[in-house]
Design a protein around this ligand. Structure first.
Ligand SMILES: Nc1ncnc2c1ncn2[C@@H]1O[C@H](COP(=O)(O)OP(=O)(O)O)[C@@H](O)[C@H]1O
Ligand SMILES: [Mg+2]
Length: 268
């Protein structure tokens, strides 16, 4: 089981779009996937055509027992391969700005009790660094950062990377996969400039391809249809990009599985 969380410190940059796009790519290939919607807004839940519910991730964060996890899981109408821990406003009650380690570990505990265990878990985070996002980082093997190519992109990515570094003590497996630059308009001079700046500072952490701004993304999300099934050239283009990003995620996951745990590899 590979756990990837998708985060940014800003709202509206495309976390949910990237999480759901990766889920679409995964189920298209028949990969058993669980989507965890940690954002109290519940957008990822609604996009995969599931009703937001307090008997979802909120109940697992309150009590990560196997029976609770079983009750909270819902299969998405998108595919038998996609199960969801739905989000809801009640999740906000678990967004303490200063939680203890025990509470931060609850999501990780809950995920270990998924039955059957999926191949892939994708966690959509809220736009803040409180308990919810930090529990995702504790549970995750990989962190996917999302940004738009805008003025504050560099500082935002920098702060998110620092948060990833701080939380690496969790299970010791957390690594940044990289930064997805979203909503790029290729002929916009400002975007070209910001993209070059991000590449200069973060080098290979800036993932390829960058995602273009396409109305198909909003249309598919609005209709709660996977981007891989939305019948326009724009959707096909973006779906192919999510395939490439998923490949990258799964490749690094396979490599990580062969390494000894970080704790054992690091001299005391
Ligand atoms: N590549 C894109 N092209 C067009 N619209 C996009 C793209 N990425 C995101 N959007 C739109 O931008 C809005 C915010 O995206 P969302 O994924 O919900 O951001 P976040 O989860 O970070 O708040 C949504 O309406 C979404 O459809
Ligand atoms: Mg979102």
């Amino acid at each position: 089981m590979l756990v990837a969380c998708v985060l940014s410190l800003k709202g509206g940059v495309g976390k949910t779009t990237v999480t759901v796009g990766l889920a679409s790519a995964a189920i298209h290939r028949g990969i058993e996937t669980v989507l965890v919607d940690l954002d109290p807004q519940g957008n990822a839940t609604a996009t995969v055509d599931v009703t937001p519910s307090a008997i979802g991730v909120a109940s697992v964060l309150a009590d990560p027992r196997r029976s609770v996890v079983r009750k909270a899981l819902v299969t998405s109408p998108w595919s038998e391969h996609l199960r969801v821990l739905p989000g809801s406003e009640q999740t906000e009650a678990h967004n303490d700005p200063d939680p203890g380690n025990k509470r931060l570990a609850r999501l990780a505990e809950g995920l270990e009790k998924l039955d059957p265990l999926p191949n892939l878990v994708l966690v959509d985070c809220p736009p803040s660094l409180g308990q919810l996002t930090r529990s995702a980082l504790v549970a995750a093997d990989r962190a996917v950062l999302v940004t738009e190519p805008s003025l504050y992109a560099v500082t935002g990515v920098q702060r998110a990377l620092e948060a990833v570094q701080r939380e690496r003590t969790g299970r010791g497996r957390l690594q940044p996969l990289g930064v997805v630059v979203n909503r790029v308009r290729p002929r916009a001079a400002e975007h070209e400039f910001r993209l070059a700046e991000l590449r200069e500072l973060f080098g290979p952490l800036v993932l390829n391809p960058v995602l273009p701004d396409r109305s198909a993304v909003q249309q598919a999300e609005g209709a709660a249809v996977p981007i891989h099934r939305w019948p326009t050239p724009g959707a096909k283009e973006v779906a192919g990009m999510f395939d490439t990003l998923l490949d990258r995620l799964l490749r690094t996951g396979a490599k990580a599985g062969k390494r000894p745990p970080v704790a054992a590899a690091t001299p005391a």
